[in-house]
Design a protein around this ligand. Structure first.
Ligand code: FES
Length: 256
């Protein structure tokens, strides 16, 4: 389903990440589930799959990282019109867990904010480990966290050692989990495939349920084109995901 939409807010969060608020100019759109995603159509340029960072009253927030012509065009769009298609994917409602540790790499942090708000409404707490390559990619995650998320704990890692823990997000997550046994009963990792692979492998002995938010090529968003299949598994990101249990997509994670 395609909806006309308008940029209503635009903010540079860090050297590489931008926040866009988009008002969907239609009453027909349903509230997304956490981890569902949209396709943003920048007229004449590209269709871009984007995670939902927040949604309220028909306005959706996304976090854009500059990766190519399409994302550059979206970042440059400060007040214009665009198209939004969605929301796609099965989403993920982990409301049977007590406390979730969300491990993000770079722009993989985007779905954390919406998950945290919806989880709080369900009485579930969510903490964050966020890792970036360089400190100039960081912004303060609390600036986008809903005020209801008072008990959320945030751990930062930088690979250039300029802030927080010196190293990768997976290593910091392993450390905090081993220092706080029994604190979390679910881990969700989100970001580059290398991070997802490391989290699944490093934390496999913790006894915590491990899930990952996957990324791959998305074209139709509705299970018709096959471009988002997680080879060698017969699973489509846009239909069955994007969140999967580590052990269900081992072959895909090894291939990245
Ligand atoms: S994008 Fe998933 S099948 Fe087309």
């Amino acid at each position: 389903m395609y909806y006309p939409a308008k940029i209503t807010g635009s903010e540079k969060l860090s050297k590489t990440l931008y926040l866009k608020r988009i008002k969907i100019l239609s009453d027909g759109i349903k509230e997304p589930l956490p981890f569902q995603f949209l396709l943003a159509w920048v007229p004449g340029v590209d269709l871009l799959p984007m995670s939902v960072a927040d949604f309220s009253n028909g306005e959706v927030a996304i976090i854009v990282k500059e990766r190519g012509e399409g994302s550059r065009a979206l970042i440059r769009l400060h007040s214009g019109f665009l198209g939004v298609m969605g929301f796609y994917g099965a989403g993920f409602k982990p409301w049977s867990y007590k406390r979730i540790l969300f491990i993000a790499g770079g722009s993989g942090i985007a779905p954390f904010f919406y998950l945290a708000r919806k989880a709080c409404e369900e009485g579930v707490s969510v903490d964050l480990v966020w890792g970036v390559r360089g400190g100039d990619e960081l912004f303060n995650p609390r600036s986008l966290l809903n005020t209801v998320n008072k008990d959320t704990e945030i751990y930062i890692a930088t690979e250039d050692c300029s802030a927080g823990y010196c190293g990768r997000a997976s290593m910091l997550a392993s450390r905090v989990i081993h220092e706080n046994p029994g604190k979390w009963d679910l881990v969700i990792a989100s970001g580059p495939q290398g991070l997802l692979r490391e989290v699944c492998s490093l934390l496999s002995d913790t006894g915590i349920e491990l899930y990952v938010n996957t990324e791959t090529l998305v074209k139709c968003g509705v299970g018709a084109c096959g471009s988002c299949v997680l080879k060698p598994h017969p699973l489509l990101l846009c239909k069955h995901g994007p969140v999967f249990r580590c052990r269900d997509i081992e072959g895909f994670l090894k291939g990245g």
